[in-house]
Design a binder for this molecule. Structure first.
Ligand code: NI
Length: 142
């Protein structure tokens, strides 16, 4: 199989908070990430599509098409936004890196499937919150 990846960047603010828990629990669990007045990250997002190249085009997926899908479905909604307040598909979600990769995956998988070569699929969504901290969500099957 061939694994094709597009990497994009966005900046966003967030706060880790579970509204069902006490202030004390939130402070203890999330530390600085729970500060009331938000904080920002320079996120790096890597999206990998997996499959065999189309016989006519030689592509697993046209990277220009993938770029547009990421722009419309993720970047236009998240870049320079507050992930707790501004993003429709993140309403009620604690915006940890773990939760973000799951929701980003769901946000783009069908559109990618539609445009990728036959049998190809969205393999992985990897999100760097910092250079050292990142999470990845992978399809466990085709
Ligand atoms: Ni944070």
């Amino acid at each position: 199989m061939v694994y094709v990846t597009r990497k994009v960047h966005f900046n966003a603010a967030h706060r880790l908070i579970n509204p069902n828990k006490s202030d004390e629990w939130n402070e203890k669990t999330y530390g600085k990430c729970n500060y009331p007045n938000w904080h920002g990250h320079n996120y790096v997002l890597e999206v990998t599509v997996c499959g065999m190249p189309d016989k006519d085009t030689g592509y697993v997926i046209d990277l220009g098409v993938l770029k547009n899908i990421l722009k419309e479905r993720i970047l236009d909604k998240c870049d320079h936004r507050n992930l707790n307040l501004d993003v429709d598909f993140l309403k009620g979600v604690i915006p940890s890196t773990e939760n973000l990769v799951i929701h980003f995956y769901e946000q783009i998988k069908d559109e990618i499937q539609k445009h990728a070569s036959e049998g190809s699929f969205l393999y992985a969504v990897k999100l760097y919150e910092t250079e050292r901290n990142f999470a990845e969500y992978r399809a466990d099957k085709i």
